[in-house]
Design a protein around this ligand. Structure first.
Ligand code: HEM
Ligand code: HEM
Length: 285
């Protein structure tokens, strides 16, 4: 299969115009393949619980409801998710035979995504723990140890997670790169269509540059199909529901926190007046 569709410009030059739409199905199949292999792995191999030990003394000062995502962070996530779904459906439904006037809804959703991401960058840089979503040394050491243990070699057992497991951090990195690619190219591509915001100028770039821009936009776009499919699948898996609940209500239970997270790597402090109360309620722990 050819990955790019080419055309001949008025000057006889062969230029790329967009990706081959067959890549949509490659991305859908890749997403489904991941879900099937992952589900089978959990059913057939039945991997043991990752973290067996429990730090009893660590309960002190930890509230029963551990705050995980602030209201502002949750609103951002769901606005971004809604714009991302709109972008995916408006972009790809017409390519698989469902025709409608998609361009207007597409770039409008693109503007919502752009504004939400700008907001998120400022919010995460100045108001959240910026480094919590980037892999650190412990993540890399634990990943190496997990691989060694998978191949039956001697290795230290991995530490519990910080706020985000390595997988989430890698996912965030992939979404960041593909998201930035569609946003930067998409903003330029708005110059090609009638938006009413600024004057249309299809001669801003050469045919070759426009073509490559459309190809990059399309490649990142189909990549997002697979990324979003895998992410939603993870979000609705039964064992992940406590985390999904935290993206709706903002908190996770103390039990889940203590079972999965290292209280040193992701320290949670109870509000001063609630600390005692939370500790008392957790006597059974
Ligand atoms: C999930 C994210 C996105 C996906 C999957 C996506 C996908 C696509 C696809 C497949 C096309 C058709 C390209 C072609 O005909 O070769 C397209 C066109 C376009 N997209 Fe996006 N896009 C996304 C985000 C954005 C964003 C963030 C913006 C604006 C900020 C944007 C603005 C545009 C514009 C203006 C066009 C051109 C329409 C035309 O030339 O008729 N897109 N997009
Ligand atoms: C029904 C749809 C969705 C569900 C159920 C869902 C669920 C979640 C949950 C539960 C988290 C928090 C993970 C944690 O606290 O460890 C999260 C984080 C995140 N979501 Fe979504 N999400 C959805 C749609 C989307 C979409 C469409 C995007 C954009 C492509 C997206 C991008 C992200 C990113 C970048 C993070 C932060 C990184 C991470 O924690 O993995 N989500 N999502």
């Amino acid at each position: 299969m050819r990955f790019i569709t080419w055309a001949t410009s008025p000057w006889g030059q062969s230029v790329p115009i967009h990706i081959a739409w067959g890549l949509i199905w490659v991305a859908v199949i890749a997403g489904l393949f991941f879900m099937i292999v992952h589900s089978l792995y959990l059913i057939v191999v039945k991997p043991p619980k990752r973290f067996a030990e429990r730090k009893v003394e660590a309960c002190e000062g930890i509230p029963e409801r551990v705050p995980r995502h602030s209201l502002a962070a949750r609103l951002f996530h769901w606005i971004m998710a809604a714009s991302m779904f709109t972008l995916l459906f408006t972009a790809f439904l017409p390519k698989v035979g469902i025709q409608f006037n998609w361009v207007l809804y597409h770039w409008l959703a693109g503007c919502v995504l752009t504004v939400s991401i700008l907001y998120h960058v400022v919010h995460a840089s100045f108001f959240l723990d910026f480094w919590s979503i980037w892999p650190d040394k412990t993540d890399l050491r634990d990943a190496m140890n997990r691989v060694r243990r998978f191949f039956g070699k001697e290795a230290r057992s991995p530490s519990k997670f910080a706020k985000y497991p390595l997988e989430n951090k890698l996912y965030h990195g992939a979404i960041m790169l593909t998201g930035l690619a569609v946003i930067v190219t998409g903003l330029f591509m708005m110059k090609r269509v009638q938006t009413g915001i600024f004057t249309r100028n299809p001669y801003l770039f050469s045919d070759m540059t426009w073509g490559l821009m459309y190809v990059l936009h399309g490649l990142a776009g189909v990549g997002l199909i697979a990324l979003v499919m895998v992410h939603v699948y993870m979000g609705i898996r039964p064992e992940k529901l406590p985390i999904t609940k935290s993206m709706i209500f903002g908190w996770m239970s103390r039990d889940v926190y203590l079972e999965e997270h290292d209280t040193g790597r992701w320290a949670v402090k109870a509000p001063a007046t609630k600390a005692k109360e939370g500790y008392a309620a957790g006597d059974g722990d």
